[in-house]
Write a protein that binds this ligand. Structure first.
Ligand code: NAD
Length: 421
């Protein structure tokens, strides 16, 4: 794999491109298709004026990038964060293409983002920004074109505003324009927990594959938001011992296991995991290097880098977040024989249930939670086995196997459709 400078190491677009190039080379991918799939097909930049609560006007910059529509409408979340950049959105859009292909659902990849700090904005400001951002994207998105979903800093309320704004412009209710909506507005049962559920299913499969047991299996999770808290809850229910939780403002450690429902309740009331008395306070960064069987980064990108990879001591790294491990860290972890469940597989439960939501909206017929969960479990189990078998057959690691499998599927469809001229 090519050597990257430190700056390139943490640039998600460079990291995505390096892995894509490596996998494409392994696949002996046709040069023309290589060029088609390496770059996003469309990128939109918008400047969004918003009337703020104090009477002033602020202008926020937003993006929507569609990487590929070869296998179906583009699909991907919208992120509100001060760190959003075009390169990040590009990388996340490409990852969505590969992720949808790994789990074999009929979507391409997209991602959106707005540079803002949602924690410092009122609900009214967020609503006005979301509605204006949606209005700017009117021609870009749609149930058959590009279907947004929540990501960091956005939630089901954000999706409800997008759905309503789009519907007002279309003069009819179009609930299939976004996924991750509230259930009463056409959301799917099971969507909120879906990414965490998918994480728990691939952890089950990994320990089966490695001949380990759930009993005594210690788990550390970074991030206690949607993905982290639901992964923790579901894994604890299955009998795993959650010994550590790291958040942006602190960490918790209890070698006997943290009571996850109690911590969720504490976080709801206190607004932070800090001050939870049934675990000791721990350094949020050091927690990642504690001894455990499974480490789940479920917060953000670039948390396992050349700076800490040599101190990581887990047996399984299950990437709940997108892009938590840099390419240099990958090589270090490979030397340490850490079994990696790559992001484009590990956190694909969310987009899989988003696909179910889109299907249900278009049918106007909604499934029970048990039906949704069963279908999700089947897809995640099958996809895990596809990736691991591919890795064994081609003598590559799981991440490169997942990329190769995905690129192969997208390249096949792209060739079959042909290049429109
Ligand atoms: P979220 O906003 O609900 O939760 C993220 C949590 O991580 C927050 O509690 C935040 O305080 C914490 N955090 C942020 N930076 C941190 C840091 N440096 N150290 C420790 N904690 C930190 O977001 P989410 O939806 O749970 O998404 C988390 C990750 O999972 C992102 O990478 C996202 O792209 C990815 N992902 C989410 C979904 C989904 O369905 N929500 C699906 C696939 C992938």
């Amino acid at each position: 794999m090519q050597t990257l400078t430190l700056e390139q190491e943490t640039n998600p677009w460079e990291a995505q491109a390096a892995r894509f190039d490596f996998a494409a080379q392994k696949l002996n991918l046709d040069q023309g298709i290589w060029k088609v799939l390496r770059y996003p097909s469309r990128e939109l930049i918008v400047h969004i004026p918003v009337g703020m609560d104090d009477g002033s006007i602020e202008v926020f910059t937003g993006y929507r990038v569609q990487h590929s529509v070869a296998r179906g409408p583009a699909k991907g979340g919208i992120r509100y964060s001060p760190d959003v950049s075009l390169d990040e959105v590009r990388a996340l859009a490409s990852w969505m293409t590969w992720k949808c292909a790994v789990v074999n659902i009929p979507f391409g990849g997209a991602k959106g983002g707005v540079i803002c700090d949602p924690k410092k904005m009122s609900q009214g400001e967020l609503e006005r920004m979301t509605r204006r951002y949606t209005a700017e994207l009117m021609e870009f998105i749609g149930p058959e074109k590009d279907v947004p979903a929540p990501d960091m800093g956005t939630d089901e309320q954000t999706m409800a505003w997008i759905m309503d704004t789009y519907s007002m412009h279309m003069r009819q209710t179009v609930n299939a324009v976004v996924t991750g909506k509230p259930v009463n507005l056409g959301g799917s049962r099971g969507r909120k927990e879906a990414t965490g559920r998918g994480v728990s299913v691939v952890c089950d499969e990994a320990i089966k594959h490695l001949g380990m047991s759930i009993d005594g299996c210690r788990v550390i999770i970074q991030g206690f938001g949607n993905v982290g808290s639901n992964s923790a809850k579901l894994l604890a229910q299955k009998g795993y011992t959650i010994i550590g939780i790291a958040e942006f403002d602190g960490g918790l450690y209890n070698p006997k296991g943290i009571d996850i429902p109690a911590l969720i309740e504490h976080r709801k009331n206190a607004g932070t995991i800090n001050g939870f008395t049934e675990a000791e306070a721990a350094d949020k960064r050091e927690l990642l290097t504690y001894n455990c069987e499974i480490l789940i980064p479920a917060a953000t990108e670039n948390v396992i880098t050349s700076k800490n990879a040599d101190r990581i001591r887990c047996k399984i790294l299950c990437e709940g977040a997108n892009g938590p491990t840099t390419t240099i860290a990958d090589e270090i972890l490979a030397d340490k024989r850490v079994f990696i469940i790559p992001d484009i597989l590990a956190n694909a439960g969310g987009v899989t249930t988003s696909y179910f939501e889109w299907v249900q909206d278009r049918m106007g017929y909604f499934w029970t939670e048990a039906e949704v969960n069963q279908r999700l479990d089947n897809i995640m189990t099958e996809s895990f086995n596809d990736v691991v078998t591919y890795a064994q057959n081609h003598g590559v690691n799981n991440r490169i196997a997942a990329y190769m499998l995905a690129i192969d599927r997208v390249a096949y469809t792209t060739k079959q459709r042909g290049i429109y001229a």
